[in-house]
Write a protein that binds this ligand. Structure first.
Ligand SMILES: Cc1cc2nc3c(=O)[nH]c(=O)nc-3n(C[C@H](O)[C@H](O)[C@H](O)COP(=O)(O)OP(=O)(O)OC[C@H]3O[C@@H](n4cnc5c(N)ncnc54)[C@H](O)[C@@H]3O)c2cc1C
Length: 378
């Protein structure tokens, strides 16, 4: 079937599906082309932490602002998606970052200064207060920062909910549809090619996660997105379900709506496969036991791997590609793509509607163009 739409979106992960949803809310029709299944990449394997204070350094001001904007958007998004028919299992019950050594306690307390300036109300809890909240936590805990307004979501459910809600608003979603190239007229992109057929579109968005770098072969510009594999596991423990995501120096222990506990995630630079490895599972179990020793006896439920889309400077690439008309990128979100998804989609949808590149400037892919350094010196 030939799909002709206002916007063609390459990639059915959280970024592509969110863009389709926010475009649909503005009355702009899009088609999402996904080579496998929606959420089958990093988005379905994710830990789903929505914690800008945990993962975005204050020096990365634009990314932090995008994280805070996304955090603000999540409650409305989650209720819209639930109302449309699929609950993304978003929970805003805070994040507890625990200190198990004096050095970790010092660092957490130091960070409280800038974190407090965001207005999100993080505060220090004594070891007694931590144990009152989480009686099965490692008794050697020295204290923790509790950040009450951050949250978490189930990645695969979020993607499913976005597909469902955006479809109701008129967006089209095609699975098993690998985009193999772009349709062009001179320097204008006029659509995408799937299984030898052209699908015309007024604007095309490359939201192919770690594959976005490979798609760079379709255009002379390099898209410097690199693969960063991650693995996480699910456990089930009778008598333990943390009240909120618990972060230690080793990673997260997160309660899931179905009673499972998600533990993760590992990080393997440059690896581009979704295989589960024994050492990652063993490491995850050891990490879980560091926060909650009782998890050594937990039942193993599942392991899953995904590949994060890394960016050279840790800032996502969002916006039009220099020297091309009708083509934008939304990728390079690395370990924070779930968290940044609503804000990213809002930026892209607004840009497509208005043509105003201003709000995208801090994320512009043009910063990696061959002549970017020369331009910056002018
Ligand atoms: C283990 C793990 C834990 C994580 N934890 C967190 C977390 O706690 N919080 C957080 O915010 N982020 C987290 N992340 C990162 C987050 O999951 C990613 O940043 C995010 O999912 C990236 O979304 P995406 O849509 O860009 O990429 P993807 O989810 O990879 O989606 C891209 C899609 O494009 C498709 N595609 C590629 N090429 C083509 C083509 N040519 N044609 C058609 N389709 C194509 C792929 O099949 C894929 O489905 C984690 C990641 C992992 C792996």
């Amino acid at each position: 079937m030939r799909h002709s739409s206002d916007v063609a979106i390459i990639g059915g992960g959280v970024i592509g599906c969110s863009i389709a949803y926010y475009l649909a809310k503005q009355g702009i029709r899009s088609t999402v082309f996904e080579q496998r299944r929606f959420g089958s990449g990093a988005s379905g394997a994710t830990a789903g932490v929505i914690g800008p204070l945990q993962h975005i350094p204050p020096t990365s001001r634009a990314t932090l602002a995008l994280g805070l904007r996304s955090l603000e958007m999540f409650p409305t998004l989650a209720s819209e998606l639930s109302e449309a028919g699929v609950d993304p299992e978003y929970r805003q019950n805070g994040i507890l970052s625990v200190a198990l050594t004096p050095e970790q306690a010092d660092e957490l307390k130091r960070n409280l200064t800038w974190q407090g300036e965001t207005g999100l109300g993080p505060r220090w809890l004594s070891s007694r207060e931590v144990l009152d909240r989480e009686p099965l936590i490692n008794p050697e805990v020295l204290g923790a920062v509790f950040s009450p307004r951050e949250g978490h979501v189930r990645g695969q459910r979020l993607v499913d909910a976005l597909v469902h809600a955006a479809s109701k608003l008129g967006a089209s979603f095609v699975e098993g549809a690998e985009v193999t190239g772009l349709e062009t007229e001179g320097r204008r992109v006029t659509g995408v090619r799937v299984a030898g057929a052209a699908h015309p579109a007024g604007h095309t968005v490359l939201a192919a996660g770690p594959w976005s770098g490979i798609a760079g072969r379709w255009v002379p510009d390099r898209i410097p997105v690199r693969p960063v594999k991650g693995q996480r596991i699910l456990l089930r423990s009778r008598g333990l379900l943390p009240t909120c995501p618990v972060r230690s120096s080793a990673g997260y222990t997160l309660p899931q709506a179905d009673g499972n506990i998600l533990v993760g995630a590992t990080r393997h630079e440059g690896e581009f496969d979704q295989e589960i490895t024994a050492d990652a599972v063993a490491q995850s179990i050891a990490d879980a036991a560091l926060a909650f020793p009782v998890l050594r006896k937990a039942r193993f439920v599942e392991a899953r791997a995904g590949v994060r889309p890394g960016s050279p400077d840790g800032v996502p690439l969002i916006g039009p590609l220099p020297e091309w008309d009708g083509l934008s990128v939304a990728s390079g979100h690395d370990a924070v793509g779930i968290m940044l998804s609503p804000g990213t989609a809002e930026l892209v949808a607004d840009y497509i509607r208005t043509g105003d590149e201003g709000p995208l400037r801090p994320f512009s892919p043009s910063r990696f163009a061959a002549n970017a350094g020369a331009e910056a010196q002018e």
